[in-house]
Ligand binder design. Sequence first.
Ligand SMILES: Cc1ncc(COP(=O)(O)O)c(C=O)c1O
Length: 370
Amino acid sequence: MRKSSNIQFIDLTLTKPSKKRTLDGISNLINKKNFIGGQEVERFQKNFQDFNDSKYCLGVGNGTDAIEIALESLGLPKKSEIIVPNFTFLSPAEAVIRGGYKLVLADIDLKDFNVSIESIKSLISKKTSAIIIVHLFGNPCNMSEILKLTKKYNIKLIEDCSQAHGAEFKGKKVGNFGDIGTFSFYPTKNLGAFGDSGAIVTNKKNLYEKAKKIANHGRIDTYDHILAGRNSRIDSIQAFVLNEKIKSLNKNNQLRIKQAKLFLKKIKAEKIRLIELNSNQHSVFHQFPILLEKRNLLAQHLKNLGINTGVYYPKPLSKMSAFKNLVSTNKIHSENSEFAAKNILSIPIGPHLSIKDSEYISNAIQSFEN
Ligand SMILES: Cc1ncc(COP(=O)(O)O)c(C=O)c1O
């Protein structure tokens, strides 16, 4: 065991060469007075659509807007029911409520923290118009089973890929299974900007065209607006940063995978439950969560050894004040979501760490158990 360490949960410090390249690039955009739209945005949309093997990509303001715009583009009947996982960052649920639909919360599977297929099955009704799945922590959902359901019941599918840039199910990139895939480039994501930004991907031209209009004031030409849209655009500076950072996304994802494999091999404690992925699920390990009853004690033990951890998420959506008035009226499944919220602990993973750091983290976890 090392004598002293300071392992951050997240560390966004730039290397010197990368900081210089970024500052030079931003300075160049300022000199050109290129702030909204333009070449960098076009280049990023092309880069990301190629990265994701998608036909279309539209840069938007952030990952939450991406879901709201995706929902609006689908033109679903107002007040229809939309199924969302109960254990996730809250954006999909916010988008459902803000769009005027009825929120239905499905439970999760503790193997990968993704939405439970059984729960979805029992929540689908004649009023269900769509499902928003989340590929949580970088783990792709079981798309074979989900597509069986969306086809059988003729319901739309949005994939929230905000934590899963590059994840694949059966060799196909997430975001390409449903009608629309949405991404966040919040700074801490596997692909993160230096501020807010997000994207929509789709393989359907009509949905791309609709989303593009909604995100840019319904504009088809200068001062020619054909619908009441909104302003949700990626700006040139964020697009430039993302164009730089996308170059190392595959390499960084590979490092995350190596770190996660080491954790899966080395952490062998009876009281700790690790994620269980099958061979179809190619995760990009945005986070590495573990489940255990004594999470606060382990967090403190790791802190004493210089390792910082995080709890994502301490509450299921059904326990949040934002949604509490829905509990008596809406269909909600919550057993595993509540269990996860109580027992989950995320240990550090990511390109700011070396394999040696991951070894140190697994040894530190083993020393807690022994
Ligand atoms: C699963 C998920 N969905 C949506 C979002 C929202 O993204 P943004 O913060 O860019 O609006 C996030 C970001 O934290 C997320 O993790």
